[in-house]
Every structure is written in C-alpha cells, then in structure tokens.
Design a protein around this ligand. Structure first.
Ligand code: SF4
Ligand code: SF4
Length: 150
C-alpha cells in the first residue's frame, strides 16, 4: 500500500502535482508577501516593511482584486512551483516555501487547524498590523522596515 495514501495533499504531493484548488488552499492567508520589501543592492538581502500594497485590505487581510492583481500591480506575480524556489524573499513561514523545502506546515495553518482565523490568532498574519502604501511617501518606506527577517 502506498504510504502516502493517508497523508494530506501538502505532505504527499510536490508543488508541481497539486491541483489548482489545492494550490490555492495552500496559501495560509498571512498577507506577508503583500508587504513592500527593501533590497540591499550589494548583498541582495531583503528586508520586509510594514507598508502594504495599495490593493491589500489590511482589516480583511487579503487582496481586494486578486483576479486582476498582475495587471494592476507591477511588483505582483503569480506564484508557481519554480518561482517559489526562486523567490528567496518569501517569508520562512510561507506554506509554499515550507512544502518546497520538505517541511511540515505549522499548527496555525488553516489546512491543519481547519480554522480560517487561526492564522490571525497566531500573530503571524498582517491583519490589522500594516499601513497602506497610499499613506506612505515612497521615500519614507524605509522608516517602516521590520526588525529581523520574516
Ligand atoms: S506568504 Fe505565502 S502563505 Fe502567506 S499569503 Fe503569501 S503566498 Fe500565501
Ligand atoms: S496585488 Fe494583491 S496579491 Fe499582489 S501584492 Fe498587492 S495585495 Fe498582494
């Protein structure tokens, strides 16, 4: 018998084999990737900020135009398995990154907890904690840099 048969899809399938529904469900809804990032041109090191993309609804912790996001926001991109491995700036908690690295999802992931709010209760998400880029001058984004690495 296949030992993977009783495992949930995120433990039994590589990213490449997930269905579109499974792929979407894998996102934990943390909103971390929707924050502006600062890149050190010399070292390539990426630092997250508390400044959210203008399409990010801070209270709902989600994109307000997911279907049109690529057309509307220059820096937004569709995640694919190869991009997950390429984008070293993805948060270490990102479920796509965890699966790509062969790691298990955290207990607060909605797929594990079966509760959409557990991600917000855990303190991981950006819900209610960011500031919209519409309120920050582009030259001031660095003042909102987060300490440490997400
Ligand atoms: S960081 Fe990963 S898990 Fe979190 S919202 Fe972005 S894509 Fe989803
Ligand atoms: S367009 Fe939507 S998904 Fe893309 S960064 Fe902005 S809020 Fe996030």
């Amino acid at each position: 018998m296949n030992s993977n048969s009783h495992k949930p899809f995120w433990e039994s399938k590589p990213l490449e084999q997930m269905t579109p529904e499974e792929w979407e469900a894998l996102c934990d809804g943390c909103g971390r990737c929707c924050m502006q990032k600062l890149e050190d041109r010399k070292t390539g090191k990426v630092q997250y900020t508390w400044v959210a993309c203008y399409l990010f609804d801070i209270e709902a912790c989600c994109c307000t135009n997911y279907a049109e996001r690529i057309r509307l926001v220059k820096g937004c991109s569709v995640l694919t398995p190869s991009r997950v491995r390429e984008y070293r700036w993805l948060p270490k908690t990102c479920a796509y990154r965890l699966v790509a690295e062969g790691k298990t999802l955290y207990d607060w992931h909605p797929l594990v907890s079966r509760d959409r709010d557990s991600i917000h209760m855990s303190g991981i998400s950006m819900k209610g904690r960011a500031i919209s880029e519409t309120h920050v001058h582009p030259e001031d984004v660095a003042y909102f840099a987060m300490e440490g690495r997400l």
